[in-house]
Design a protein around this ligand. Sequence first.
Ligand SMILES: *[C@@H]1O[C@H](CO)[C@@H](O)[C@H](O)[C@H]1NC(C)=O
Ligand SMILES: *[C@@H]1O[C@H](CO)[C@@H](O)[C@H](O)[C@H]1NC(C)=O
Ligand SMILES: *[C@@H]1O[C@H](CO)[C@@H](O)[C@H](O)[C@H]1NC(C)=O
Ligand SMILES: *[C@@H]1O[C@H](CO)[C@@H](O)[C@H](O)[C@H]1NC(C)=O
Length: 315
Amino acid sequence: MRQPRLSTTFFALLIQASLLLPLSLGYNHANSCRSYCGNITIDYPFGVKYGCGHPGYRDLLYCVNDVLMFHISSGSYRVLDIDYTFQALTLHDPHLSTCNKIVLESRGNGFVVEPWRKPYLTPTPDNAFLLLGCTRNSPLFKGFPSNKHLPCRNISGLGCEDYYRCPAWGSIGPTEVGLVAGLGPPECCAVAFDEVGSVQGINLTKLECQAYSSVYNLAPLRVDGPHEWSYGIRVKYSIQGHDAFCRSCEATKGTCGYKGSDDSGITELCMCDTWNSTANCESTSVESMTANSAILRGSISIFALLAGFHFHMIL
Ligand SMILES: *[C@@H]1O[C@H](CO)[C@@H](O)[C@H](O)[C@H]1NC(C)=O
Ligand SMILES: *[C@@H]1O[C@H](CO)[C@@H](O)[C@H](O)[C@H]1NC(C)=O
Ligand SMILES: *[C@@H]1O[C@H](CO)[C@@H](O)[C@H](O)[C@H]1NC(C)=O
Ligand SMILES: *[C@@H]1O[C@H](CO)[C@@H](O)[C@H](O)[C@H]1NC(C)=O
């Protein structure tokens, strides 16, 4: 009588083990999207893995050797910071001119995003783009000199008059050409993104500029001149009305993500412990067949547990 008892118990345990294993592995899924790149936290709406984050930010961030890179149509930028409270990213372009150096050899990236991404990313209104060495024919100076309404101005106290004081001008000298000498268009023109870039972005080729700088103001207090300005591009991210999906998902302990591709279409997804939902982890809108079978496995293993327990009771 002992032999069959042992084998049935063993058999029941075996079933339980094999059925429970995939389920317990599945639990690691929760929050598998949150990660780090160097010391920068990657969290919703961003992601560095396929399926993680909001689809508006897909194929945007790449972590290369602990350096977080931001990739858009105008090029690649290094991400210095992601400010989740103020919903802003700080970017650095190696071709960006600073107070110490005007980078002429390559035009620099400027800032141009893919049309579909425009609602999700835009430089902040207090970020000043300093466009340098733009030609007389630049769209910036359309109608110059008769047109006095140049877009150039000070943005949040950041402007070209101050920038001309930078040592970077030492070798080139803003007085050689341009408005400073009263002859032609200004050698530096500071603009806010919205005024020039909202349609086509800050495209240095299109604007016929040789170089650019970008400065932003974080604190309301004024800093003491262009040496102390923050050089980089401050970009606001905004998911607008789409946030409701993620809030509902996270409220049920899900992780927000997406599925699909540009060809098949992209849908937001709520990743729950063992399944994916198109709503949240308490809804019944099961996402996929694998999810269905996971639930099926769940009920079988409960049955097996009860059965195993039952065997013990009998013997
Ligand atoms: C990350 O580390 C760098 C130096 O390694 C530091 O300058 C920077 O402030 C850090 N960023 C954050 C968000 O902690
Ligand atoms: C849930 O979706 C993510 C992202 O698309 C995918 O990697 C994962 O395999 C899916 N899980 C299930 C159980 O379908
Ligand atoms: C910038 O403008 C040029 C000239 O119009 C165009 O060929 C190029 O594709 C634009 N760059 C981007 C990143 O849109
Ligand atoms: C911009 O600010 C500087 C001082 O920082 C001032 O001298 C200049 O007149 C201002 N320019 C414009 C166009 O307001």
